[in-house]
Write a protein that binds this ligand. Structure first.
Ligand code: ARG
Length: 415
């Protein structure tokens, strides 16, 4: 009897070839595991395909609820966007997959876990670091990082072993999708000067083909988690699916990002993330109403750290727990409703309200009912400006050369 390996199986060419390759090269029996994180493929045919190619067992695990509850919602509460652009769909899914692969390996008595990542990307880092953290004794095999086959050679290997080569193998793009978004790489997209051709996009309508009438949608949040759409209660999976559909129809959620990979490469990434785009925007609008200026400033820093941690594959770390504790605490009063307008590729905040709002009309208004004591402003400004006045008098006034000159740099002859 051979040892067993649990393979993260997508149904694509590389992981299908990996089933045969793991048998040939390492004499391992392959248990294929396909994890459903909302990528809407035909899971029963993917399951069967693994068996046809030679897996001894093929499992499909529905990870959608776990993904939403433990990965997407915390990232949304944190306002996590990598480099200010990428909502981290793929990056968030990898630690969940690692956990489910490890659990399967333990249950099946496997000695190793395998995944289809190449040696150039971020996903190998996320898988390997996570699997190692959870199960230091499991071996990790990444066939595509080892075998050194070109695309053509992989196809030839598949044909030699009667592995069906899908027509989509001719698709010029490398795609990954789940509930929180879709990523598209390769082909013409590798030229950062080239605008993505329309066939890249499958989740979002082109903004110029989007409906001519704007659509309004109201998203209700409880403690930073979206729970209703237009007053109707929805579970997280359904809510995100609905927002992907709705915002996608209006061409919202296209992202073009020159991204810094963990392994040092800059890459050009196209994303479609309609639900993530709208929900992050609505969430931030509600935070602006319900959190103080200082809280908002500090939370932005945490958001950057949290996004980096997710991107860099460090999910299973104490830093994650530390930051999560802060993020959850920060969401205590982030409850209320945000009204969003979807129109021709744009989503804009049309309104927001909260029972815990810090916005106070009596303080803000220029109309009748003003409660703000304007006479207090003078004394406040006198003290507020004290250090600036002091410094101006003692150092800056009359100093025409130094870089701190309040008059700006001296004009040179040539000017
Ligand atoms: N650049 C994105 C990330 O690192 C997307 C990766 C997509 N992965 C893939 N195997 N196609 O999260």
């Amino acid at each position: 009897m051979s040892d067993k390996v649990v393979l993260a199986y997508s149904g694509g060419l590389d992981t299908s070839v990996a089933i045969k390759w793991l048998q040939e090269k390492y004499n391992l029996d392959v248990i294929a595991v396909n994890i459903d994180v909302g990528n809407e493929r035909d899971f029963s045919s993917v399951r069967q395909k693994a068996l046809d190619v030679g897996a001894i067992k093929s499992l499909v695990i529905d990870g959608k609820e776990l993904f939403v509850t433990y990965f997407i919602m915390p990232a949304l509460q944190a306002d996590a966007l990598y480099e200010g652009q990428y909502p981290l769909a793929t990056a968030l899914s990898r630690p969940l997959m690692a956990k489910l692969l490890v659990d399967t390996a333990v249950a099946e008595g496997a000695v190793a876990v395998a995944h289809g990542c190449t040696g150039k990307g971020n996903d190998q880092v996320r898988f390997d670091v996570s699997i190692n953290a959870l199960a230091p004794d499991l071996k990790i095999i990444a066939p595509a990082r080892k075998w050194g086959m070109t695309r053509e050679e992989t196809i030839a290997y598949a044909q030699k072993h009667a592995i069906p080569v899908p027509v989509t193998a001719s698709s010029p793009y490398s795609i990954d999708e789940n509930l929180w978004g879709k990523s598209i790489e390769c082909g013409v997209l590798e030229d950062p000067w080239t605008e993505p051709p329309d066939d890249v996009y499958t989740w979002t309508r082109s903004p110029d083909q989007a409906p001519d009438k704007p659509q309004y949608v109201e998203i209700g949040f409880e403690k930073g988690i979206p729970v209703t759409v237009d007053g109707r209660k929805l579970d997280g999976v359904a809510l995100i699916q609905m927002m992907n559909e709705l915002a996608g129809q209006h061409g919202v959620g296209r992202i073009d990002h020159i991204e810094n990979r963990v392994v040092g490469i800059k890459s050009r990434e196209i994303y479609e993330a309609p639900a993530a785009t709208v929900l992050l925007q609505a969430h931030q609008a509600l935070e602006a109403m319900t959190m103080s200026k200082d809280q908002l400033r500090f939370k932005q820093k945490v958001a950057v750290e949290y996004a980096d941690l997710i991107f860099n594959g460090l999910w299973f770390s104490q830093l994650n727990r530390d930051l999560s504790a802060y993020i959850i605490s920060s969401q205590r009063y982030v409850t209320g409703t945000v009204r969003i307008k979807l129109f021709k590729g744009h989503s804009t905040i049309a309104g927001r309200k909260s029972p815990k709002s810090l916005y106070t009309l009596g303080l803000a208004t220029y109309d009748k009912g003003d409660e703000f004591d304007q006479s207090a402003a003078e004394g406040f400004i006198h003290l507020w400006g004290l250090p600036v006045r002091t410094q101006a008098q003692l150092q800056l006034l009359g100093d025409k050369e130094g870089p701190l000159s309040i008059m700006g740099p001296e004009e040179t002859e040539e000017d």
